[in-house]
Design a protein around this ligand. Structure first.
Ligand SMILES: Nc1ncnc2c1ncn2[C@@H]1O[C@H](COP(=O)(O)OP(=O)(O)OP(=O)(O)O)[C@@H](O)[C@H]1O
Ligand SMILES: [Mg+2]
Length: 272
């Protein structure tokens, strides 16, 4: 299996290892975007959004994700739970191709992630994924507003569309007051809400969120969860979120529990 390289940090969701937005944008223009968003035809509708088969990930000589298989359809919500160190973040990274598989396969919207080169993998992520990192991982040089707008701008959205969509999210998540500040000038909860806004701003088909409510009070937790669930309801997205919060997990349609790298079978039939 072809490796996709080192584990990739947040900025690689938007820009590859050089972190240079202009270079990345130029690359994106050159690269032909892999297609595969759920289309109107019946075949596309029936295809699982994410298909994970016998996935292993080895880190530091230890199998931290072990024989995980999942079939997840569109318009589905899945909570991944489990103790610290059980492999939740590593699995989520593997679902986005941010962490290479050592065995097994991850297919997203029909694409085997291991068969995509770095540029196509980046293009697939930009077009179809939203990712909330466990540590928010906003781009430090950009304001909160610019961070939220970034996926739409990289996708070439019109300026008016960017402005209205970003404003709506900043309003909904109570971020207008800090929109012009940089990530190191806002609270942990504000940064986390901005990371959630960035993940959904371009209405991706796949939203992966690593403890998206971990730094939030109950009221903000519910606002963020509503926003993520709304993405599923209105766009038919697949939402996979990692959480230690039983109330958050209970609001998802399906649950997967991880222990020592192994995942329980999905509770419920996510892809009926
Ligand atoms: N780069 C690395 N090299 C070696 N081991 C690693 C590396 N990254 C993570 N691990 C180990 O892999 C295991 C799984 O880590 P992971 O971050 O996926 O756990 P987690 O379930 O997300 O935990 P938490 O709930 O604390 O976030 C842990 O034992 C961790 O120490
Ligand atoms: Mg984690």
């Amino acid at each position: 299996m072809k490796k996709t390289g080192q584990p990739v940090r947040s900025e690689h969701l938007l820009a590859e290892s050089d972190g240079d937005r202009e270079v990345w944008t130029a690359r994106r223009r050159r690269a032909s975007l892999p297609t595969g968003a759920p289309g109107p035809d019946e075949t596309a509708r029936r295809r699982p959004t994410l298909l994970v088969q016998d996935l292993d990930v080895v880190l530091g000589g230890r199998r931290v994700v072990s024989s995980v298989s999942l079939e997840l359809g569109p318009a589905t919500t899945v909570a991944i739970t489990g103790p610290s160190g059980s492999g939740k973040t590593t699995l989520l990274h593997a679902l986005a191709g941010l962490q290479a598989a050592d065995a097994g396969h991850v297919r997203a919207l029909g694409h085997d992630l291991a068969e995509l080169d770095v540029e196509d993998l980046s293009a697939l992520r930009l077009a179809h994924y939203g990712f909330v990192f466990q540590s928010a991982d906003l781009v430090p040089e950009l304001s909160i507003r610019e961070n939220v707008a970034l996926p739409l701008e990289l996708a070439g959205a019109r300026r008016s569309e960017v402005r209205s969509r970003v404003d709506a999210l900043l309003d909904e998540l109570d971020l207008q007051e800090c929109a012009r500040r940089r990530p190191d000038e806002v609270s942990g909860g504000q940064a986390q809400r901005a990371a959630v806004a960035r993940a959904v701003v371009a209405r991706p088909a796949i939203v992966l969120a690593d403890e998206p409510t971990g730094a939030l009070d109950t009221a903000n937790r519910d606002v963020v969860l509503d926003l993520l669930l709304d993405q599923v309801a209105t766009c038919g997205a697949l939402l996979v979120l990692v959480t230690h919060d039983a109330e958050v997990a209970a609001r998802c349609e399906h649950q997967v529990a991880m222990l020592d790298g192994r995942a329980t079978p999905l509770v419920g039939a996510a892809h009926a």
